[in-house]
Design a protein. Structure first.
Length: 346
């Protein structure tokens, strides 16, 4: 039951599948997600689904938040309301929030041709924000959302778009020559974690970046297969003390699984790895002001010294708890840090 060393345990998989089949109420969960304003627009021949939740404060700051894999817009259901309508009642704490679904994910369209990688997605987000009337905005992201947000930062720094600043909960850094030659204690821990991840945690990405189509048949054919493929990562990447339900409810885990299952996006979501896995190696510097929320159980945790060469870091917070799914796991910490950073650039 508790041995995850070879993947999600059989006993827990049966329990969760049984709950999904016999107790989970999709219609009530669907209604909860539908409390947000949602739209579809076409950009360069592809439909994009997005939440667009405007603040009651007209002068709120526009913010586009991007999810990754195996996440979805479900990750943000706890942070949209406090961001758009802060308890302080102050306009300077408020945001107009845009949460798009990545191409091939959720309720966005599935690309029928190659080319929808990180750079093109960033260009699409710029088009989307302009289409919504936002001439100046911020961007936030983790996982693939961090890659897209980083690219928005690069483009904005070159004068190519209207992004003013970026905030990340998974900055893309790499060890410096100095850290490899004479690492600090923090860097030693990060190097050890990176080595362990490369040894035991990269099988999924190797498959998705090389043969997403073959994998996709199994994910499209089996709801339990799709569930297991996703939930195992919530165990591995969340700060959950050995079990995902220590952080997420069963309904929350299955809400996210359902966004993949009902849309049949197992293969199309995996294809982003095939399109863009090499983009992680792009270390061109982001000159826009960059904020970082560093959560201790981030799967690819990069110390500040690894990130300084890549980003113009204006704000860095070492969080007391939390992992890869920051907004989903620790919504209050996430909201507070996003608000604190963007207060400096409004």
């Amino acid at each position: 039951m508790d041995d995850w060393s070879q993947g999600i345990p059989l006993a827990y998989t049966r329990q969760l599948a049984d709950y999904w089949a016999n107790e989970y109420d999709w219609r009530s969960r669907e209604a909860a997600l539908n409390r947000f304003d949602q739209f579809v627009t076409e950009i360069d021949g592809l439909d994009f689904h997005f939440i667009h939740q405007r603040s009651p404060h007209e002068n709120a700051f526009p913010l586009v938040i991007t999810h990754g894999w195996p996440g979805s817009i479900v990750e943000f259901h706890k942070v949209i309301e406090p961001l758009t309508n802060p308890s302080s009642g102050r306009a300077e704490d408020a945001f107009h929030v845009v949460c798009p679904s990545l191409p091939g994910y959720g309720f966005s369209g599935k690309p029928s041709r190659t080319g929808w990688g990180v750079q093109k997605i960033a260009e699409a987000w710029e088009t989307l924000m302009q289409r919504l009337g936002y001439d100046r905005y911020g961007a936030q992201g983790g996982d693939w959302g961090a890659a897209v947000t980083t690219q928005l930062g690069r483009n904005g720094g070159a004068g190519g778009n209207h992004c003013a600043a970026i905030h990340l909960n998974m900055p893309i850094g790499r060890p410096t020559k100095e850290s490899l030659a004479n690492p600090t204690e923090e860097e030693k821990a990060a190097l050890a974690a990176l080595a362990e991840h490369r040894k035991t945690g990269t099988g999924y990405s190797k498959e998705q970046s090389t043969r997403p189509q073959t994998l996709g048949y199994g994910l499209a054919d089996s709801p339990v297969g799709q569930m297991a493929w996703i939930v195992e990562k919530f165990w591995a990447w969340a700060d959950c003390d050995g079990h995902p339900e220590n952080v997420f409810t069963r309904d929350e885990l299955l809400d996210n699984v359902m966004v993949y299952w009902v849309t049949g996006t197992g293969a199309s979501s995996a294809r982003l790895y095939w399109e863009s896995f090499s983009s992680w190696g792009n270390m061109d510097r982001v000159e826009l002001p960059t904020g970082v929320a560093a959560f201790p159980r981030e799967v690819l945790g990069a110390p500040r010294t690894w990130c300084e060469p890549v980003y113009n870091i204006a704000h860095w917070t070492d969080m007391p708890k939390g992992g890869h799914f920051a907004a989903f796991e620790q919504p209050e910490l996430f909201v507070d840090d996003v608000r604190a950073f963007f207060a400096t650039v409004r």
